[in-house]
Design a protein around this ligand. Structure first.
Ligand SMILES: Cc1ncc(C[n+]2csc(CCOP(=O)(O)OP(=O)(O)OP(=O)(O)O)c2C)c(N)n1
Length: 219
């Protein structure tokens, strides 16, 4: 398990030019993301994001407690610009955590008795449905800052976003990740804050749920 620390920014032709000049392109890829939740959006209302990307499952959950000093006092500017999520990629653990969250909602179903399954049948067993499905073309870059990746994403619903990302091992140094992100951002010029792909997808495709996530301060 690791914690993803990430800052999103408006990506445009200037950012790409800068990255091509001062960075190294480490790859371009395309992937399809399918996101799942209950019909009442019980997971995302708890800020839990379950997705399948190119056959691999991921669950992003809020981090708890161990935030570092930036959470104990006034949040630093660097911290305020970044999001932090715990990423779980082990399917049995994902299934267990999802079942824990929704067990009260579907306690009449045999959710805990079923063994972990690799395919998608476990989703329907606990009433999870796909609420978002989109494809992204991603160009990835590195600068000299170790462990920092910069992604320029183009989603197929017509949205571009840049991300500066550091993966911190569980219990690792989030503060140092924030500093690396800050230094990297400084090299890319004036970076404007921007919404992530999912925010925009939800605004367009599930506006009522988007409004609810805003009112519950999830987004
Ligand atoms: C800035 C910010 N981002 C996401 C959230 C919540 N959230 C919404 S959808 C969502 C899941 C998707 O996370 P995201 O980092 O946006 O995915 P992606 O852009 O594909 O990057 P990758 O996973 O490949 O690194 C989250 C955590 C939030 N509250 N604030």
């Amino acid at each position: 398990m690791s914690v993803e620390v990430e800052r999103k920014f408006v990506s445009n032709a200037d950012t790409l030019k800068t990255l091509e000049e001062i960075g190294v392109c480490v790859g371009q890829c395309q992937f399809r993301d399918k996101y799942f939740d209950t019909p009442k959006f019980d997971l995302t209302l708890k800020d839990m994001w379950l997705r399948k990307r190119q056959g691999c499952w991921e669950l992003k959950c809020p981090t708890t407690g161990n935030r570092t000093k930036e959470s104990s006092g006034e949040q630093s500017k660097a911290a305020a610009l970044c999001s932090r999520y715990r990423e779980i990629t082990d399917l049995p653990e994902i299934q267990q955590r999802v079942r824990e969250v929704i067990k009260d909602i579907c306690k009449d179903r045999e959710t805990e008795a079923s063994p972990p399954q690799e395919d998608e049948s476990w989703l329907s067993e606990i009433n999870l449905v796909c609420f978002a499905d989109f494809t992204t073309v991603r160009q990835s870059f590195t600068l000299e800052e170790k462990g920092v990746q910069i992604d320029l994403d183009q989603a197929d619903f017509g949205y571009h976003v840049g991300e500066i990302e550091v993966l911190v091992p569980e219990g690792g140094d989030v503060q140092s990740a924030l500093e690396k992100i800050e230094r990297t951002a400084g090299k890319l010029g004036e970076l404007k804050r921007v919404e992530g792909k999912m925010n925009v997808y939800l605004q367009r495709n599930h506006p009522e749920h988007y409004a609810k996530l805003l009112s519950e301060h999830v987004l």
